[in-house]
Ligand binder design. Sequence first.
Ligand code: ADP
Ligand code: ASP
Ligand code: MG
Length: 470
Amino acid sequence: MKFGGTSLADATAIKNAAAIVEQFHKGNRIAVVASAMNDTTDHLIKLGELAQKGQLWEAKNLLSRIQAAHLNATKSFAGTKTNHLASKELLGKVNALLSSLERSVEGIGQLRELTLRSRDYLLSFGERLSVPILTTALAQKGLKAQAFTGSDAGIVTDNNFGEAKPLAEISTHQIQQRLGPLLEAGGLPVVTGFIAQNTDGNTTTLGRGGSDYTASLIGAALKADEVWIWTDVDGLMTADPHVVKDAVTLSNVSFGEALELSYFGAKMMHPRALQPAARHKIPVRIRNSSKPTFEGTLVSADQSMNNGKVAKAISIIKDVGIITISGASMMGAPGVAAKIFQTLGINGVNVVMISQGSSEATISCVIARKDVDRAVRSLQLSLMGQGDVEKVTEEKDACVIAVVGSGMKGSPGVAARVFTAVAKKNVNVRMIAQGTSEYNISFVVSDVDGPETVRALHDEFQLGSKNQSS
Ligand code: ADP
Ligand code: ASP
Ligand code: MG
């Protein structure tokens, strides 16, 4: 069971999470994975940036907020009312972590340097703080809960700080060795999501939303019957319920569809999260921690659950930009595309979408907005002045919309329906791509048009609650 940040937002939420584990622990063996409390990771990112820029006053303020949130939660478990040994240890542990966090921020502030590696170390405090608190909440319910960091649990990654990839074989082996005996003995491992270690013992993170990945990795290693992801919505829905009011929960989704949705669903899940579970055909359930009786969404290897729908869900990735590389003589020049992607790869820029016109005079890529400046600078440095590439341009105000569903495969006319619906709203489409899986059609529109485009497509494919019986 993995609990997301929203399901661990404060002491009340943490108690609720502990009650869920207690309820399902009867008759089952459970390993727990926890995210950082609420938006702690966002705050830590901001904290690092402020310290690096030398804005120490702002950094101190933000640090105080992080400290207060964690101490508040801690106090409701470590209060004077209880003499529970774990409770006493908790306050000491949380205070030690908070002091260590403070020293790290001071260090970044002094050096004015924040590398991907030190950033991962900074971000690790979120999960390292939430796990002891949740573990104590579970111990107070009489469960034999034991805290682990991702690396204590055996997860080893490559050196790609910020987006590190677990080394599957060694991690699987170590997870089995380290968590297996505790589970056998009726114990309850509580593991930090998102963070791990490389082979040199340096802290790494698996990328934003990486706790889902941790959960699926541990579930696969332990050959779990199911992986449950507790979050703040009813499951995977036909669209982000914060954008489309009448979005409905999908009761069944295949791994292929969920992968497209998570990749294109921005916040919902880490794109690689389902891989380990999918490979071992372990069903994943996404459930609402404030409605523990609701079944949620079952993600499984079963492909046959279309409910007759062509498209199943519409999603949106916000905060992206487009970079376009152009030059008349790029036409027919071999190796330009290779050079472009090599340059982006070396600079750690993840490419969300690619398109090249058949004239070959331009290649466009969609990347995260935060990476646009770095990508443009590095492409200019490596490509210009060598003949083929004349210009590298950028547009920062973009978002990607994706229409997802396995029923689209081999079904003609879907693209026409998509773009007719978009055109009716007078929305300009800047770039289009269709994956060969045919599980999705995705395209780029400007930021301001995003939400309205999602709603128009949600209506076009009759995905809302008013069409549920059709
Ligand atoms: P957690 O903290 O539990 O990891 P996240 O914030 O990462 O939760 O993901 C849950 C959020 O994902 C929801 O609050 C919702 O706004 C967003 N979301 C985006 N697309 C979808 C979708 N298709 N179905 C459900 N939620 C979605
Ligand atoms: N805390 C991390 C994040 O916010 C990991 C996660 O929540 O899955 O990205
Ligand atoms: Mg998440």
